[in-house]
Design a protein around this ligand. Structure first.
Ligand SMILES: [Zn+2]
Length: 345
């Protein structure tokens, strides 16, 4: 009860955001993991430390669309079997893998932030994770986004441009939310590769565009799922909501989260400083899950390990529990008073 009540509260404020994994674990020590702006290990560590501009609302807001709006790389469409929203993966045998996922949400009307404690814990512990970045968040937090993209333990997913609600948006707006984010990723990727070349450093291994998508608010529609499938984006939701709007550092919460995890689970966290106490909760959850014999993989790796279990409905804990959010966060979930294709406010 504690968790479902907390989760409901959380939704209102939030969405303003293995033995089986040797490739992911070993990826942390591969060449190219160094942020290309850093030339020494000390510089590198300094670059990952928390900074004042990581705080919520510290960076100036810019609600304009990106300069380039169509990505160079178009993904092949998904098959009809792949269309849908994946909540967890059925794993073979006694494989105990789970995916930790972190959203970096940002509405059109505000800038959020970056949680260095969360990211640095994952790096220190060599825990692979999937980071779903909003396209506008990537532009606002460009240096942080590039660091994360170049870090081999992290998989980057698309979390829409400005947190548009895919349960209520029109086709063109949904398309823009998805593709503008792909384009922003490409722009930052080009910059990373340029900087690496100029510094004579190896190019980080980054896919041309993200291949996974997370629905803001978990909201979707048949039209949204069909559109995302046409764009080649696999939709990854979750079966375990980790944070609440209460104090997430309470030790009993980590135990409760771990109790709800099963092999093949996908856990939802945030790394944009919207919920508080995420780093503390994450450390507790990781400790509990390791004690139970779980290993951590990216969402992409998890999909490849078993049979993805999908639905055509997006939700937090039970179907329909996020529909109340349609009436909040502006006319289309982005916080705007007018939709994306009317005058930008
Ligand atoms: Zn979000």
């Amino acid at each position: 009860m504690l968790v479902s009540a907390g989760t409901r509260l959380f939704c209102f404020v939030l969405c303003l955001a293995v033995t089986c994994c040797p490739p992911s674990s070993s990826a942390w020590s591969q060449p190219g993991s160094r942020t290309v702006a850093a030339t020494t290990e000390q510089d590198e560590e300094r670059a990952w430390q928390a900074r004042p501009e990581d705080l919520r609302r510290a960076l100036p807001n810019n609600s304009a669309p990106p300069q380039r709006r169509v990505p160079f790389t178009q993904l092949p469409p998904l098959t009809s079997q792949e269309e849908g929203t994946i909540r967890r993966v059925r794993l073979p045998g006694d494989l105990k893998a789970v995916a930790l996922t972190f959203d970096l949400c940002e509405l059109a009307t505000v800038t959020t932030g970056y949680d260095a404690d969360v990211i640095n814990f994952l790096r220190r512990e060599h825990i692979p994770a999937t980071l779903f970045m909003g396209g506008k968040w990537m532009r606002t937090h460009a240096e942080r986004a590039k660091q994360l993209m170049a870090e081999p333990g992290f998989e980057i997913g698309n979390h829409a441009w400005s947190h548009g609600n895919f349960g209520i948006m029109d086709q063109q707006s949904m398309r823009d939310q998805a593709l503008w984010t792909q384009t922003e990723y490409e722009t930052l990727r080009e910059d990373i590769l340029r900087r690496a070349e100029a510094a004579g450093m190896p190019a980080p291994n980054m896919p041309p565009v993200p291949e996974l998508f997370r629905l803001p608010y978990g909201r979707c529609s048949d039209q949204a799922l069909t559109l995302l499938a046409r764009l080649g984006l696999r939709v990854i939701q979750w079966d375990v909501v980790a944070e609440t709007m209460a104090d997430n550092s309470r030790p009993e919460l980590a135990v409760d989260v771990a109790r709800r995890v099963r092999p093949g689970s996908i856990l939802l966290f945030h790394a944009n400083r919207v919920p508080t106490g995420t780093a503390s909760l994450l450390k507790g959850v990781v400790r509990e899950l390791r004690r139970k014999g779980y290993h951590f993989v990216t969402a992409g790796t998890l999909l490849a390990l078993g049979e993805p279990l999908s639905t055509r409905d997006g939700y937090f804990n039970k179907p329909g529990d996020n529909k109340a959010l349609d009436a909040r966060f502006g006319v289309d979930g982005t916080g705007r008073r007018a939709s994306m294709h009317r005058k930008m406010d």
